[in-house]
Design a protein around this ligand. Structure first.
Ligand code: CTP
Ligand code: MG
Length: 195
C-alpha cells in the first residue's frame, strides 16, 4: 500500500505542471480582464471547409496554461528537497522541465483539436480518452526532448526523467482526475458540459 502511494505521489509530482497547463485555460476562460486574449489561435480560419483548431483554442488559454504550469513547476522545484525527505525516489522538477511539460500539454491539446476538426467533430464534442490524454502525451514528449539534452543522450533519459512504471500510472489515473476536474468546472459554470 505504502509503495502504491509513493508511486502515485512521484508520478503526480512529475506531471503536475501539465495538469495546471491543461486546466487553467478553462478556469480563466470567463475572465473579463483576459478577454483581449480570447481570440482563437487559428484566427477563425478554415481548411477544407472545417476550422483548423476551432474556438476552443485561444491565445488566452495558450499563454495562461504555459505560464501557470511553469509557475507551479517553479514552486515544486523550490520544495523539492522537503518533499523528497518523505519520498526519496521523487523525480526532480526543474524550471525548464516545467516549461517543457506545460508547452507540451498545450501543443498536445491543440494537435488533438486539429485532428478532431479534420474528422468533422465540432468544438467541444467529446472524444473519449483522446480528450483526457492528449495533453499528457504532448507533455511527456516535450519533457523527454528536454531530458535527452539534460541527461546527454537518448539512452536512459526516459527512465531518469520519470520511468515507465510512473508513466503508466499517469496514463492510468489521468482520465479520472480529468473527469473530476471537468465536473468541478461544470459545477462552477466554467464549462457548458461536464466533460
Ligand atoms: N481553452 C482555451 N485555449 C486553449 C485550450 C483550452 O481557451 N488553448 C479553453 C476553452 O475555453 C475551451 C476549454 O478551455 O473550451 C476546454 O478545453 P478543451 O476541452 O480542450 O476544448 P473544447 O472546447 O472541448 O474544444 P475541442 O473540441 O477542440 O477539444
Ligand atoms: Mg474538450
Amino acid at each position: 500500500m505504502q509503495s502504491i502511494i509513493s508511486a502515485l505521489v512521484e508520478a503526480l509530482w512529475f506531471i503536475l505542471p501539465a495538469y495546471f497547463a491543461n486546466s487553467i485555460p478553462v478556469d480563466v476562460s470567463k475572465l473579463r480582464v483576459l478577454e483581449w486574449l480570447g481570440k482563437s489561435i487559428d484566427g477563425g480560419r478554415s481548411w477544407g471547409g472545417k476550422r483548423i483548431l476551432g474556438d476552443g483554442k485561444t491565445w488566452r488559454g495558450f499563454f495562461s496554461g504555459i505560464i501557470a504550469g511553469t509557475l507551479v513547476g517553479a514552486l515544486q522545484a523550490e520544495f523539492q528537497g522537503s518533499v523528497q525527505a518523505s519520498y526519496p525516489q521523487l523525480p526532480e522538477m526543474t524550471l525548464p522541465l516545467a516549461l517543457m511539460l506545460s508547452m507540451g500539454a498545450i501543443f498536445g491539446d491543440m494537435i488533438a483539436s486539429f485532428f478532431k476538426r479534420r474528422i468533422g467533430m465540432p468544438r467541444g464534442e467529446p472524444a473519449p480518452l483522446l480528450d483526457q490524454l492528449d495533453f499528457v502525451f504532448g507533455a511527456v514528449f516535450f519533457a523527454w526532448l528536454w531530458s535527452i539534452a539534460a541527461y546527454g543522450g537518448v539512452a536512459g533519459s526516459f527512465e531518469k526523467m520519470v520511468g515507465y512504471d510512473r508513466f503508466f500510472l499517469i496514463v492510468l489515473v489521468t482520465p479520472f482526475f480529468h473527469l473530476l476536474g471537468n465536473g468541478m468546472a461544470w459545477v462552477a459554470k466554467l464549462k457548458d458540459r461536464p466533460w
